[in-house]
Design a protein around this ligand. Structure first.
Ligand code: PLP
Length: 382
């Protein structure tokens, strides 16, 4: 089953009522904007929850660390995957209990461990012996997930290159943990973000299942938690991605695990990507060497930063139709790298036209910079 690709999708619309809606938002709040819909996030959460009925969802805060998004997940009863003191502070400000979090960064400073424990987090992730040993002083208060690595070519972002141990190391670390009196609750993995297919999830679940059963024959305290990470894709090609079909093989693999094991996932992208739309305004244009350049008030140093860091081309909605010309859409900074889309053919656009970026909720504002001291796109909820 193939999930949507991330090649750029451009749609052209002259839908007057939609354009009036966007224009009204800009009139009221200014430009550029990131427009958040809690209803869309709720729909995504429910559909993932339905597709993985036995799995507890912990929203990966890194995908979009934002109070309104945190509050929606809170309302839905979801948990939170945190990886830094800053993410913890954001949850604290929203009065989210640390009990509802898992701390998933495999490498932590001692101060971070202490702060997370004070916050109420009890689940921590490690992937090596040195990191395991950092938890010895707190052993009565922590349950540990051991992160395994499953490299994947079918993921846009490989998240098993930098973190995770192999199956042999997992065995050694688990046995060492028992000797040290530390409680490893189970395993976790992340097979990479924006997966094209669920095949790596299935392979990882099966491998963890076998190793956990094997180790449970030896361990005094059995392993009984499996965290299947994230990787559920966003529909950047707007082709109508089917999350049920994507999750079916994952569910089939999970069905084979003992019924009393605790299953969790740390999705980010699938949940938040479609819930945020970018509105930018063309602030200037020029014809250079036969190519029409359009300069937006937001770009790759701002909301479109995911084009650099996350290797994602967001679908664009253009407000005009008609004869097309070779064109480039650029961001507002002085840097030549700040290009949102090139090698494209567009109808003649005008200063003041609004360019809409869709599926812009994940790894967009999260990686924005302040280059050229330009202001951030204003985040508004509708
Ligand atoms: C540890 C961890 N968990 C969860 C996620 C979220 O993954 P995704 O957005 O692919 O669902 C990430 C993404 O970087 C991650 O590093």
């Amino acid at each position: 089953m193939i999930a949507p690709s991330t090649n750029r999708t451009i749609t052209y619309t002259t839908d007057a009522s939609q354009q009036q809606d966007y224009a009204a938002l800009v009139e009221k709040h200014g430009s550029p904007l990131l427009v958040y819909s809690a209803d869309i996030l709720k729909r995504q959460y429910q559909s993932l929850n339905n597709a993985l009925p036995d799995v507890d969802i912990y929203y990966a805060v890194k995908a979009h660390p934002n109070a309104a998004i945190i509050n929606t997940i809170d309302e839905l009863g979801g948990g939170f995957d945190i990886a830094s003191a800053g993410e913890m502070d954001l949850l604290l400000e929203q009065k989210i209990s640390g009990r509802r979090t898992i701390h998933t960064h495999p490498i932590k400073k001692d101060q971070e461990i202490r702060d997370a424990l004070r916050f109420g987090a009890t689940t921590f992730v490690v992937d090596n012996i040195d990191e395991l040993k950092k938890l010895i002083p707190y052993k009565s208060r922590v349950g540990i997930l051991l992160r395994l690595s499953f490299r994947s070519k079918n993921a846009k972002i490989d998240l098993s290159k930098k973190f995770g141990c192999d199956l042999l190391e997992a065995e050694e670390i688990t046995l060492e943990a028992e000797k040290l009196g530390l409680h490893i609750k189970g395993f976790s993995f992340h097979v990479g973000s924006q997966c094209e297919s669920p095949s790596k999830h299935v392979e990882a679940i099966e491998a963890c299942h076998q190793l956990m059963l094997k180790l449970n024959n030896i361990l005094k305290q059995p392993l009984s938690t499996l965290d299947i990470g994230g990787g559920f894709p966003a529909d950047y090609s707007l082709s109508g991605f089917d999350i049920d079909a994507f999750c079916q093989p994952i569910n089939d693999a999970l069905q084979k695990l003992p019924r009393d094991w605790h299953l969790l996932a740390e999705p980010g992208r699938y949940l938040v990507a479609p819930s945020v739309t970018s509105i930018t305004t063309i602030s200037g244009k020029s014809l250079r060497h036969g190519i029409r350049w359009y300069y937006l008030d937001d770009g790759v140093y701002g909301s479109y930063s995911g084009q650099i860091f996350d290797h994602t081309n967001y679908p664009l909605q253009i407000p005009r139709t008609g004869e097309t010309y070779p064109s480039i859409i650029a961001g507002p900074t002085c840097d030549s790298i700040d290009i949102v889309a090139e090698d494209i053919a567009l109808p003649e656009l005008q200063i003041g036209d609004l360019i809409i970026g869709l599926q812009m909720g994940a790894y967009t504002a999260a990686t924005k910079t302040r280059f050229n001291s330009l202001p951030d796109a204003k985040f508004i909820s509708i």
